[in-house]
Design a protein around this ligand. Structure first.
Ligand SMILES: [Zn+2]
Length: 163
């Protein structure tokens, strides 16, 4: 049984990886031209085409690679069935929970549920104590590192290399 501390291996190398991931995340969940994901307010671009609220570069909605498209393309799958999702949604403001197809095919349903439970404990007890840029849940399933990433729109379970 892994202790809570054991599921938070935040050494410098982990942090560097998380930062790298966050930098690349912009490619996948780009700032659209409707709502600022950071402030949840309608956005206006400044003279450089960046968000006046958070400074991120703004992309047209049509160029955003959507969750639905990622599922359609087989990159992501819904992590849980409808009944389980009704339960999980209560903990993450109704956001969908998805997994990379890679992870989903390698682990059992029980593994995903266990991962979810560990994430929720971390989210409630540990996450609020971390700086925003450090808020990436890291743990292991069957000796392999997995991440749970929560954005404004979705919770994604993945192997680090899936990015
Ligand atoms: Zn913004």
């Amino acid at each position: 049984m892994e202790g809570r501390q054991g599921s938070l291996p935040y050494n410098n190398s982990e942090q560097a990886k998380a930062e790298h991931f966050n930098n690349r995340k912009g490619v996948k969940y780009m700032h659209n031209d409707r709502v600022c994901p950071k402030y949840n307010e309608p956005v206006l671009p400044n003279e450089n085409g960046n968000c006046t609220l958070c400074g991120e570069e703004i992309f047209n909605v049509i160029s955003v690679y959507s969750l639905q498209q990622a599922i359609k393309d087989g990159v992501l799958v819904e992590a849980f069935d409808e009944q389980t999702e009704a339960f999980t949604a209560k903990y993450v403001n109704g956001k969908p929970v998805v997994a990379t197809t890679h992870l989903f095919n390698q682990v059992s349903h029980a593994d995903l549920l266990d991962l979810w439970n560990r994430f929720i404990v971390w989210r409630q007890d540990i996450m609020p104590t971390l700086r925003e840029e450090d808020r990436m849940f890291t743990t292991e399933i069957n000796g392999k590192k997995v991440w749970v990433d929560e954005t404004e729109a979705v919770v994604t379970m993945m192997y680090p290399e899936d990015y």
